[in-house]
Design a binder for this molecule. Sequence first.
Ligand code: PLP
Length: 645
Amino acid sequence: MSAVTEQTLETYGIENWGADYFGINRKGHLIVRAPENENLTADVKEIIDDLSKRGINTPILLRFPQLLFGQIRKLQSAFNKAIREFDYNGKHLCVYPMKVNQNRAVIEEYLREGSRYNFGLEAGSKAELYAAVGLEQSADSLLVLNGFKDRDFVELAFASAQSGKNVVIVIEKLSELEHTIKLAEEITTENPDARLPMVGVRVKLYSKGSGKWEKSGGEAAKFGLTTTEILEVIRRLQESGRIEMLKLLHFHIGSQLTDIKRIKNAMKEAARTYSKIRQMGIAIEYLDVGGGMAVDYDGSKTSFESSANYNAQEFANDVIYVIKNVCDDENVPHPTIIQESGRYLSAYHAVLVTNIQDEIETVVEDIADPIKINVDDPQVVRELFDLRETITGKNYREYYHDALENREELFTMFNLGLISLEDKGKGEVLFWDVCEKADHFAQQKKYVSEEFDDLRRLMCAKYLANFSVFRSIPDNWALEQLFPIIPIHKLNKKPTEYATLCDVTCDSDGIVDKFVDLHDVKPVLELHKLNKNEPYYLAMMLVGAYQEVMGNNHNLFGVPHEAHIHIGEDGHIIKKVIYGDTLGDAVKSARFDAVQLHDQFRRTVMKRIKDGKLSTKEGNQLIEFYENQVESYTYLSPNNGSPKE
Ligand SMILES: *Cc1c(COP(=O)(O)O)cnc(C)c1O
């Protein structure tokens, strides 16, 4: 690997957050490695070129099911290892929380690999349950039902149990228990041997998680039963002779748990609760520890929000060790541990690739260069000119401050009508020239003061990226969650520009100006200069959890194209392409009907023809043009390969 490539690997931190799945090949392209054999790789640039030849343009979401499999195996083997190491007598099972990414492709691929380890599903709503009921799971896997439930939900759960699934209704509210007991009564009256769902209870722990989702745990949490409520559940089940249905104890203290200490505390508390219930003679089999296993998005291995200070093995070791110790201490059997990890399993497998459409100019550039100064130019303009000509590495700080003052004066004078539009324009160009020079001198110093950091942010390039933050990385907008962003090519060339990203929505929030960094958060991203006649592609990494399903329709930018990629002996195989939303699809989501729009447009044009404002030929062309739009992609078309004019 060349020295430059080593450098870019470090600049983008690929080896910090990439979990060994990503790298750079000799061409300087981003590659994805098959977890089962790291010699099998796919070249992301080649995938995009292949798709582009088929008329499928960026943005494109690439799905690599093998990475999903890789994560499943990593989790499974971490727990198996911990179980062996600590002589734990229970098993470990996973149920995938569908809300993290309910796309059929994701769920089906998950079940394909996960079924080998009896991994099942977790559903939190009627719609998720409805989908889960129709999917095939392995005989020993569970279907765990969380979330608030009405009678219909509970009925569907019973139907699923009768169809042979191992369903667990987790009681979040006492009313759910009433429905459950009643239905069990009704069904067993008709058929005493009917297969019934199991019952679980969600406990409200005192222990809290850490990170952005801290609110999911603790006393004030939205979900979970208090100790007295749990005792009430037990009492009611005993009273109705249904206590044998109670099989699971559940808790979930939040997503992206960044701090292992907090996790251990929650495990201790939950294991005690489990033990005490066991000691009441109730045969609870499962301890469901919820989700929350974090993804190290920035690769810093810290308790920072977008990171985690543990890996899968440490997590598994701590869970198994803590639960075993408490159970041994309390003299109760070790439960089977259920885990509801969603983010950890699905984040890695999806990559959104998009192109830089253009650069947005914020710095006023010389249009009529070189600027000439005349004796009758206003004083303020002449001063700015002098600053520009005489700024050096020694005086840049002072000169920069002078320039700021001059600019203030320029605007004041303009507002008072004392200078012309041309003078104002000239002054602005000179001001930005001074800034550019000051920035240049400042960056050469060992220590760059905050003031010049701000200047850098102001001066940096703004790249227009052909995607919607709201659609494709909504957590970046809503929660300032960081995702690694990296070019998919040119990685053997040094990036020379500093840039932030703007998306294509008409929203000032549609920007990315915080980037992953090992020690901090970067305000700008190192990127390459845009070349005429050459597309420049960026990948947003680790977007497989939550982003797709939480993404919204802002500005009617629809769902991007999607391609499913297999990494084989000869590189990539495009297994499936799912087209993104067309303009027709997009307006439909706002309850418009394309046929109706076309009819209306046709009537308007016909009237213009009738009135003699358009020829019949012109009118027909207009109608045809409009109607053809229904099929086009909601994102920007490539600029014939020329991002910059
Ligand atoms: C959201 C959720 C999960 C998934 O959490 P991750 O952090 O994605 O692993 C698990 N269990 C419950 C109850 C949830 O609400």
